[in-house]
Design a protein around this ligand. Structure first.
Ligand SMILES: NC(=O)C1=CN([C@@H]2O[C@H](COP(=O)(O)OP(=O)(O)OC[C@H]3O[C@@H](n4cnc5c(N)ncnc54)[C@H](OP(=O)(O)O)[C@@H]3O)[C@@H](O)[C@H]2O)C=CC1
Ligand SMILES: Nc1nc(=O)c2c([nH]1)NC[C@@H]1CN(c3ccc(C(=O)N[C@@H](CCC(=O)O)C(=O)O)cc3)C=[N+]21
Length: 275
């Protein structure tokens, strides 16, 4: 079994991004936050730290966990109109009553470095240039880095969120995989996932995917980052059990996560250099 780690790939992407960022005016990313969710805030801090390390300016605009949707909308619109800001990201989760899908429409698609605007998802589905959500792009980047063949192969994505599952299904289709998407209403999940040559879990349920869900030799990508009681992190895949069956598997932590952060910064540098 090959362990597909993401740290080295993330470092390589950051190095490239540092060079891209240095080639023009300093890129600036604005991260809009309206949550007290610890995992989400951890991600924001790691974005800020990684941005500093590659020469990208990062403003965290914290509106507080009680922010009204109108205020979030207004903030996104102002940042989208600000010529000094090249990338705008709206962090999830959001306060009750606020819809990420609705609010993200206020992000200028040219600055939509986490592919959250419905226009970005539509363009992705249509095969037009757009920023993909960094997490979905990270799954593709890992598969490419480890030279996993996609054309003609059976790929199964578990999860259909706008941030991960849906855009990822389009990216895999675009690479000529035969794609099946599963979700909470899927009947007999294991019977579907065990047909996958490439299996991606993006659910948010600790160790949902066990040995019985995986075909021998399959490539398994674990997007899940579920906090544990002792302050650690566990994926959607039961690593120990699936490692006995799979041909290749990403670890959590140290798999998709670091690549996600690196790609968000790459997108920001590219947004700053758009003609
Ligand atoms: N490493 C990284 O960079 C990132 C990691 N994540 C992590 O990925 C995971 C998924 O995130 P996200 O997509 O935002 O989550 P969402 O909660 O938005 O979506 C979860 C999806 O999983 C489906 N689902 C839930 N339970 C089951 C089940 N028992 N069987 C099959 N499908 C199920 C849901 O189905 P339905 O649509 O029917 O409700 C839904 O489509 C989380 O652990 C999150 O922390 C997220 C973003 C980035
Ligand atoms: N609009 C939006 N887009 C997102 O992409 C998004 C979001 N909202 N809200 C929160 C989730 C979560 N997320 C993570 C990204 C990287 C790691 C990551 O790098 N984790 C490290 C380890 C962290 C640790 O050890 O605690 C790793 O996997 O190695 C984790 C989680 C992005 N998210």
């Amino acid at each position: 079994m090959r362990t597909l780690t993401g740290k080295e790939l993330a470092a390589a992407i950051r190095a490239q991004t540092e060079a891209e960022a240095a080639a023009g005016p300093q890129p600036r990313l604005a991260v809009v936050v309206a949550t007290a969710d610890e995992a989400s805030l951890w991600y924001v801090r790691s974005i800020a730290k990684a941005a500093a390390s590659v020469g990208i300016a990062c403003d965290v605009v914290d509106l507080g966990a009680e922010a009204a949707p109108e205020r979030i909308d207004d903030t996104l619109a102002k940042l989208s109109a600000d010529a000094n800001v090249h990338g705008v990201m709206l962090q999830t989760p959001l306060p009750a009553g606020a819809s990420a899908q609705r609010l993200a429409a206020a992000i200028d698609p040219r600055k939509d470095v986490d592919g959250a605007n419905p226009l970005s998802l539509g363009r992705l589905a249509a095969g037009l240039p757009a920023f993909a959500p960094a997490t979905a792009a990270a799954v593709l980047a890992l598969l490419d880095h480890y030279e996993v063949e996609l054309q003609g192969r059976r790929a199964v994505v578990v999860g259909r969120s706008t941030v991960v599952g849906k855009p990822l299904a389009h990216l895999l289709l675009d690479r000529h995989a035969t794609v099946t998407v599963c979700h909470s209403r899927t009947r007999d999940l294991a019977s579907v996932t065990s047909t996958a040559e490439v299996l991606v879990a993006a659910v948010g349920r600790p160790a949902l995917i066990g040995a019985g869900h995986v075909a021998p030799g399959a490539v398994v990508i674990d997007v899940g980052t579920n906090p544990t009681d002792d302050g650690g992190l566990i994926g959607d895949v039961d690593f120990g059990a699936v490692a006995e069956v799979a041909g290749a598997l990403t670890p959590v932590p140290g798999g998709v996560g670091p690549v996600t952060t690196a790609l968000l910064l790459r997108h920001t540098a590219r947004a700053a250099n758009l003609p």
